[in-house]
Design a protein around this ligand. Structure first.
Ligand SMILES: CC(C)(COP(=O)(O)OP(=O)(O)OC[C@H]1O[C@@H](n2cnc3c(N)ncnc32)[C@H](O)[C@@H]1OP(=O)(O)O)[C@@H](O)C(=O)NCCC(=O)NCCS
Length: 259
């Protein structure tokens, strides 16, 4: 075992070509990261990070605050020639440490890839929702489901709260773009975006949206973890990282075989 130095820094426009290289074999060339690259590098509300070894980008990850106390982890990629050397684990540990330091009480993410699921579970994350994609045909003849006003949607919460569906989804909205807790406020927020439908005489209620992202999430697992429980592999607390907002050279040491 050798110790190699991994540096985390913000992704820059000049990393585009390397990002394309790293992602070209992911999901048979259908990785979404190239499509969101421009948006992610210009988004000051999140941290899109590159992991470098000796000046070469070997990995990517993004941390995005999306609700009070909650941070979404996404875009984890390690170059195929650099895999199985502990790079993803080291990046994740640094991300967790950073989230912890910034005061987020929970990090959440969604994935369906077995290697990633193994990594997250071994880092202390717990699967909370397993998503199935389903489609319901509208039954003709009845009154169509309507979009409620946000204030009306909010009032539905007391009745909904005890529904088995809420328990089935572990009390969260399985949104692959940031899973929030279900609450009166969340119903109101979803309704404001037109994402709630109420059936005739309130016999049914559903939240949804025809997003491609959700379709891709079929059979995916949504995972979450309480950061404070997490420790690094050797039982030491996860490494501390500087605060967010442009730490140009955060260094992490990780164990791996130098080739
Ligand atoms: C998933 C991915 C990020 C892992 O990167 P990596 O640097 O090779 O991972 P690490 O070497 O740090 O491995 C950490 C743990 O992940 C798991 N793991 C990684 N690759 C694995 C594989 N091919 N099969 C099974 N488990 C795997 C193991 O639990 C491993 O721990 P171990 O080495 O103690 O057994 C990388 O394979 C990748 O970029 N895949 C394509 C994109 C992707 O699936 N991203 C995740 C989306 S959320």
């Amino acid at each position: 075992m050798d110790t190699t130095e991994l540096t985390l820094r913000p992704v820059r426009p000049a990393d585009r070509e390397r990002t394309l290289e790293i992602t070209k074999d992911v999901w048979e060339g259908r990785d979404y990261v190239p499509r969101v690259f421009d948006r992610w590098i210009s988004d000051a509300g999140a941290e899109f990070q590159a992991a470098e070894i000796e000046g070469v980008v070997v990995g990517l990850q993004r941390l995005r605050p999306y609700a009070p106390g909650l941070i979404w982890y996404e875009g984890l990629r390690v170059a195929s020639e650099s895999r199985r050397r502990g790079i993803a684990r080291a990046m994740l540990q640094a991300a967790i440490a950073e989230a912890h330091e910034q005061g987020f009480h929970e990090m959440r993410l969604a994935t369906r890839d077995l290697p990633a699921i193994r990594l997250f579970e071994s880092a202390g994350f717990k699967a909370v929702v397993e998503m199935k994609w389903w489609r319901g045909l509208r039954v003709e003849g009845g009154e169509p489901a309507r979009i409620p006003e946000p204030a009306e949607a909010r009032k539905l919460w007391p009745a909904l709260q005890s529904s088995p569906g809420v328990e089935l989804y572990a009390g969260i909205v399985p949104d692959m773009n940031g899973a929030r807790d279900l609450s009166a406020e969340e119903l109101e927020r979803l309704a404001a975006g037109g994402l709630i439908r109420v059936g005739p005489e309130r016999r049914g209620l559903f939240a949804g949206g025809a997003r491609r992202r959700a379709a891709r999430a079929a059979d995916g697992a949504s995972l979450r973890s309480r950061c404070r429980r997490l420790e690094s592999r050797d039982g030491q607390p996860a490494p501390r990282a500087p605060g967010r907002g442009g730490s140009p050279g955060q260094r992490i040491r990780f164990r791996g075989c130098r080739t």
